[in-house]
Design a protein around this ligand. Structure first.
Ligand code: SAH
Length: 210
């Protein structure tokens, strides 16, 4: 099967199983081809619903997981969103498509090789509203704060305090957080400066936030 057909069939599968719901997010999955964010040696698996290696023992998440997280974050046009863990740049590009034309994505990545990989991949889809920054995402990225929302794509022990501070009141954070039961996908709404409402979307597997 051609990549194009494989892409269509993966997206249809994610829609049919009820994971992908929002028209703008579905459009983003159609317009941002995952195979442009995959290492050459794994391209044939670009539209399999599995995580794939990037570099430095890191991964690009499984399309199912990316769908769940993107739907949970509810990205809207005009929003400014912080991502922690740019990896391949694919998640940032999907978000960039959802918030365009006026919204903006700042994605922070620790590994220099992956910063370059993400930048190169994002260029291919011609999105001008996604900025890749090298740094430690545990500190957030104060320079561009405040953010409407944040997505963390590596498992953390707890959501880093600077990240909570840099998200606006009324904003949302989606992140895999380690607890007694393993890694849980948490949806955290910042109701006020001190008050957080936490939801749990179930168990997922991520590389750790370092
Ligand atoms: N969102 C990515 C997948 C991310 S995998 C995609 O769409 O492809 C998690 C990434 O988090 C890895 O690339 C890893 O290098 C990065 N990471 C781990 N700890 C980090 C930290 N403290 N700050 C920023 N990035 C970090």
């Amino acid at each position: 099967m051609e990549l194009k057909q494989r892409k269509e069939s993966l997206i249809n599968h994610l829609i049919d199983t009820g994971v992908l719901k929002t028209p703008r997010i579905i459009e983003a999955f159609k317009k941002i081809p995952r195979h442009l964010f995959i290492r050459k040696d794994y391209i044939r698996h670009a539209y399999d619903d599995i995580p794939l290696p990037t570099f430095k023992s890191q991964t690009i998440s499984q399309p199912y997981t990316i769908s769940v997280m993107t739907e949970a974050l509810e990205p809207k046009p005009g929003e400014k969103i912080l991502e922690i863990g740019a990896g391949s740049g694919y998640q940032a590009a999907l978000l960039g498509y959802c918030v365009r034309p006026k919204g903006k994505i700042i994605t922070v990545e620790l590994e220099l090789d992956l910063v370059e990989f993400a930048k190169k991949n994002i260029k291919k889809v011609k999105l001008k509203n996604v900025k890749v920054i090298q740094g430690d995402g545990k500190k957030g990225y104060p320079k561009e704060s405040p953010y409407d929302k944040c997505m963390i794509t590596a498992a953390c022990k707890e959501i880093p305090k600077p990240v909570i501070e840099q998200v606006k009141v009324g904003g949302r954070i989606v992140a895999p957080v380690n607890n007694f039961f393993g890694q849980r996908m948490m949806v955290v709404d910042k109701l006020s400066k001190k008050k957080l409402k936490k939801g749990d979307l179930g168990s997922f597997v991520f590389v750790p936030l370092r």
